[in-house]
Design a protein around this ligand. Structure first.
Ligand code: ZN
Length: 141
């Protein structure tokens, strides 16, 4: 696989038009993550209503992979039951690290990130937002 093939249409679309992106103040922030290998940053906030994630919003400054992954993560997580989001985030991080078989089930758009696992330096770009989601979920408990 060539590195250019990593940048599929779905990745480019989410990079150019990140879903649920916005400004997040320091007071609102539930998670701040930094990926020093690439210089990516994310600040994320959300709320819980009836056990579901609502109003998930993040500010991400980074490369195409970190931005696209944040956008795809937000589409997955918004409205999702917190327990389900936590379990999936843990599994998805392990999948990106190639520690678990790749299986995204019904979340077809996440398929676009599969190529990342072949580029170890980019894995942290893709996992950063999922770590931010886990941290936010911890703080929402
Ligand atoms: Zn990056």
């Amino acid at each position: 696989m060539d590195v250019d093939e990593l940048y599929q249409d779905i990745i480019i679309d989410h990079y150019k038009h990140p879903r649920h992106a916005g400004t997040v103040t320091e007071e609102e922030a539930l998670a701040d993550e930094f990926n020093p290998t690439c210089g990516d940053r994310i600040r994320l906030t959300a709320a819980l209503a009836d056990g579901r994630l609502r109003g998930l919003r993040y500010a991400c400054e980074g490369c195409a992979i970190s931005t696209a992954s944040s956008s795809l993560m937000s589409e997955y997580a918004e409205g999702r039951p917190a327990a389900e989001a936590r379990a999936f985030a843990l599994r998805f991080i392990a999948m990106l690290r190639d520690e678990q078989p790749w299986e995204v089930g019904a979340h077809e758009e996440l398929e676009a990130l599969q190529g990342v696992k072949q580029f170890p330096l980019r894995v942290k770009c893709a996992t950063m937002c999922w770590h931010a989601l886990l941290k936010a979920l911890d703080r929402l408990k």
